[in-house]
Design a protein around this ligand. Structure first.
Ligand code: FES
Length: 119
């Protein structure tokens, strides 16, 4: 893994997200109400909506375009919907958020991605 310092945790709004530029497109870094963080490609598996502009609730985010609900740890659509966006390993150490982009080179916006757990 190749951990990159992204920002202090305080720079990410609670129940919101911050966008980080990745090698193959934007990555949304989410913060939950209890200060956990998750990182997903900023592209809804439905029609590419910006998940970073969605509403975070629990360990999920609701896409702002058509209300698909995406699981933050896995990037998988929930309920009756099916699809997946890339989840990146992420962690917080001493208030600093770290992101691992080592798998990002395999991630392309055009290709379906395999779900995998972050962390
Ligand atoms: S683009 Fe996200 S629900 Fe349609």
């Amino acid at each position: 893994m190749s951990w990159l310092a992204i920002c202090p945790l305080e720079d990410i709004p609670s129940l919101g997200a911050r966008v980080v530029a990745g090698p193959n497109g934007d990555i949304a870094v989410f913060r939950t109400a209890d200060d956990r963080v998750f990182a997903l490609r900023d592209q809804c598996p439905h029609k590419g909506g910006p998940l970073s502009q969605g509403i975070v609730h629990g360990e999920r985010v609701t896409c702002p375009l058509h209300n698909w609900v995406i699981d933050l740890p896995s990037g998988e659509a929930t309920g009756a919907d099916s699809g997946c966006t890339h989840a990146f390993p992420i962690r917080v150490t001493d208030g600093q958020v770290w992101l691992d982009l080592s798998g990002a080179a395999d991630d392309t916006a055009a290709a379906p991605v395999a779900c995998r757990e972050a962390g």
